[in-house]
Write a protein that binds this ligand. Structure first.
Ligand code: NAD
Length: 252
């Protein structure tokens, strides 16, 4: 088991990549703390075999500083350590800089960038005290390749890459590794919602699928495997990287 006895917090654990990672981390022996604003996070808890006392859930908004502080404080009080933080909570709204409603722009940044910052800020002191930790952030292949009609989301994911690199440098000598995953289009509820925003979704869906050299969408479980690598000691000399899990999108 690659995460035996490790304590992991995963935000966005109620769906998609966060849920698949929570299930995989638990299967690899981690004690998982599930965070999501959606009570569907209960279904993730139920999907984890032998969850009993090793898994807990916390329902709230990752953009609330008090929520991050409270959950990390609670985890430290109950478990005494924190080995892994994975910040998978995120969403997109679509739109160019001309068409994106300012409130939507702020909400995308608040969850994606703000959530990454606040949960890292809450987790790092605990990891510094123990002299080890792995933080895994969620960027996107679009932050590197660019993309159309999704400006707030793509800008936010670019900020997450920069934040990941700077945190990796700031905390490297504390034994804390910080890495980003840049998925391609992964078949999750978020991806399905983004296609559904188009008047005629099917051609957009096909174009996105075919933009991947592997000619398919990724699976949440495939991203979870990359997260497991970054969470575990298998990546002990890896920090400040952006790991693409994109079916070749960035190579094309
Ligand atoms: N699916 C893709 O194609 C894709 C591609 C690149 C990057 N990503 C990134 O991967 C991460 C996971 O995406 P997914 O596809 O699994 O999405 P998803 O919608 O299936 O799951 C995201 C989860 O985050 C939660 N969440 C959103 N905002 C929140 C908030 N403010 N507070 C607490 N929880 C919140 C949602 O309730 C949901 O359970 C996101 O950061 C996303 O941007 C996804």
């Amino acid at each position: 088991m690659r995460l035996a006895g490790r304590i992991a917090i995963i935000t966005g654990a109620g769906s998609g990549i966060g849920r698949a990672s929570a299930v995989l981390f638990a299967r690899e022996g981690a004690w998982v703390e599930l965070v999501d604003r959606d009570s569907a996070v209960q279904e993730t808890l139920e999907a984890i075999e032998d969850a009993d006392s090793k898994t807990s859930m916390h329902v709230g908004d990752v953009g609330e500083a008090d929520f991050a502080r409270t959950v990390v404080g609670d985890v430290m009080a109950r478990r005494g350590r924190l080995d892994v933080l994975m910040t998978a909570a995120g969403f997109s709204c679509g739109g160019t800089v001309l068409t994106t409603d300012p409130a939507d722009w702020d909400a995308v940044f608040r969850t994606n960038v703000g959530g990454t910052r606040l949960w890292s800020r809450a987790a790092v002191p605990a990891m510094q005290r123990q002299g080890s930790g792995s933080i895994i952030t969620l960027a996107s292949q679009l932050a590197i390749a660019g993309g159309r009609n999704n400006s707030a989301y793509i800008a936010a994911k670019g900020a997450i890459i920069s934040l990941t690199r700077t945190m990796a440098l700031d905390f490297a000598t504390d034994g804390i590794r910080v890495n980003a995953i840049a998925p391609g289009a992964i078949d999750t509820p978020m991806l399905r919602r983004s296609f559904a925003r188009h008047a005629d979704p099917e051609p957009v869906r096909e174009a996105s699928r075919n933009r991947h050299p592997m000619r398919r969408f990724g699976k949440a479980e495939e991203v979870a495997e990359a997260a497991l690598h970054l969470a575990s000691d298998a990546s002990s000399f890896t920090t400040g990287t952006v790991m693409a899990v994109d079916g070749g999108w960035l190579a094309a």
